[in-house]
Design a protein around this ligand. Structure first.
Ligand SMILES: NC(=O)c1ccc[n+]([C@@H]2O[C@H](COP(=O)([O-])OP(=O)(O)OC[C@H]3O[C@@H](n4cnc5c(N)ncnc54)[C@H](OP(=O)(O)O)[C@@H]3O)[C@@H](O)[C@H]2O)c1
Length: 296
C-alpha cells in the first residue's frame, strides 16, 4: 500500500469517473494501492468501473457527485471523512467542451461551462482544503489542458475556463504550500476519450449550421465551424491514451516535489515548444493549420 508521511493508506477522490481520464485515473490510483472514491454524477454508468475494480479486488468505491451541485459535493466529502477520516488526494477532472464562436454563444451556456470546468473545481477544492490543512498533507491535481496555455478558434468559453483554472492554481499554490498541500495542473493535448462525443455546440451555433443552406440567413461562421468539427475526429483518433494521463497524475501524487504543471502528449509538448520560439503571428498560423487542417 502507498503511504504518506503519516503511514496511512492514502485516500483519493476523483471526479468524472464514468469515462475517459477520470475512469482510467481512478483505476490506476486504486491499482497502486490508493483507496479511491471514483465519483460519478450518474450512478447508472458505474457498472463498467465497478466490474474492473471487483475483478482485480481493487480498493475502489463508487460515490455520487455532481460538481455543479453544492450539496452533492459536500455530501460526498462528508461521506469520505465519516468513513476514512481523511482525504489525501483530490483529482479534479470533470469537464466538457462548449464549442462555437463567441458571438453565437449565449451567456447562460458560457456560465454552465464555467459551473462545471471552473466553479465545480473550486467547490471541491474548498471542501477538501480544511481537511487537508488539519492533516498537514494533501495533493490537489487539476485536469487542465493545453487549452489552458494557448487559445483555439471556436473554443473561447472552454479555453477561458481552463485559463481561469491555471490562474487559480498558480495563486492557490502559494497559499497552501505552508500547510503541506501541493496543487498541480495536468495539461494534456488531445486524448482519446468520450470528450469528442460529449462536446456541446451552442444552441445558436446549431441553428446557424442548420440554416447554412438557406441563403437568406447563412452564418458568417458556418465554414469555420464545419472545418473545425470535421478536423476534430482525425485528431482524436491519434490522440494520447488515457493511460498516459493517469500515469502523469500518479507521478504528481507520488513525487516528493510535484511540479506546478505537467504537459501530457507529444502534441502538447510540441505546441508549447513552438509557442516559445515563435511570434504571436507565426504561432497563430500554426494553430490555424493544426486545428482547421492545412490551407484553411
Ligand atoms: N480528451 C481530451 O482531449 C482532453 C484534453 C485536455 C483536457 N481534457 C480534460 O480532461 C477532463 C476529462 O475529460 P475526458 O477527456 O475524460 O472526457 P469524457 O470522457 O467526456 O469525461 C468527462 C467526465 O466528466 C464528467 N462530468 C461532466 N460534467 C459533470 C458534472 N457536472 N459533475 C460530475 N461529472 C461531470 C462526465 O460524466 P458523464 O458521463 O455523466 O457525462 C465524464 O465522467 C476534462 O476536464 C477535460 O477538459 C480532455
Amino acid at each position: 500500500m502507498r503511504k504518506n508521511q503519516y503511514q496511512h493508506q492514502q485516500i483519493a477522490l476523483v471526479t468524472g469517473s464514468s469515462s475517459g481520464i477520470g475512469f482510467e485515473t481512478s483505476l490506476h490510483l486504486a491499482q497502486n494501492g490508493i483507496y479511491t472514491y471514483a465519483s460519478l454524477r450518474n450512478l447508472s454508468k458505474s457498472n463498467e468501473i465497478l466490474g474492473y475494480a471487483k475483478k482485480d479486488n481493487l480498493p475502489l468505491q463508487i460515490l455520487h457527485l455532481d460538481v455543479t451541485d453544492k450539496d452533492s459535493t459536500s455530501e460526498a466529502v462528508d461521506k469520505i471523512i465519516a468513513e476514512k477520516g481523511r482525504i489525501d488526494i483530490l483529482v479534479n477532472n470533470a469537464g466538457y467542451l462548449l464549442l462555437g464562436p463567441l458571438e453565437q454563444l449565449q451567456i447562460n451556456e458560457i456560465k454552465e461551462e464555467f459551473e462545471t470546468n471552473f466553479f465545480g473545481m473550486i467547490r471541491l477544492i474548498q471542501q477538501v482544503l480544511p481537511v487537508m490543512r488539519k492533516q498537514g498533507y494533501g495533493r490537489i491535481i487539476n485536469i487542465s489542458s493545453l487549452a489552458g496555455r494557448i487559445g483555439f478558434p471556436l473554443s473561447s468559453a472552454y479555453v477561458s475556463s481552463k485559463f481561469a483554472l491555471e490562474g487559480l492554481v498558480e495563486s492557490l499554490r502559494y497559499e497552501v504550500q505552508p500547510f503541506g498541500i501541493q496543487v498541480c495542473l495536468i495539461e494534456p493535448g488531445v486524448v482519446k476519450t468520450n470528450f469528442i462525443n460529449n462536446i456541446k455546440l451552442g444552441k445558436s451555433v446549431v441553428t446557424s449550421i442548420n440554416d447554412s443552406g438557406n441563403n437568406n440567413d447563412s452564418s458568417p461562421y458556418t465554414e469555420i465551424i464545419q472545418k473545425r468539427i470535421s478536423a476534430f475526429k482525425p485528431r482524436f483518433e491519434i490522440g494520447s491514451s488515457v493511460g498516459e494521463v493517469a500515469d502523469m497524475v500518479l507521478e504528481a501524487v507520488t513525487s516528493e516535489s510535484p511540479k506546478a504543471r505537467y504537459l501530457v502528449g507529444e502534441d502538447a509538448l510540441k505546441m508549447m515548444e513552438k509557442r516559445k520560439s515563435t511570434t504571436d503571428e507565426e504561432f497563430a498560423r500554426i494553430v490555424m493549420n493544426s486545428v482547421l487542417g492545412k490551407n484553411n
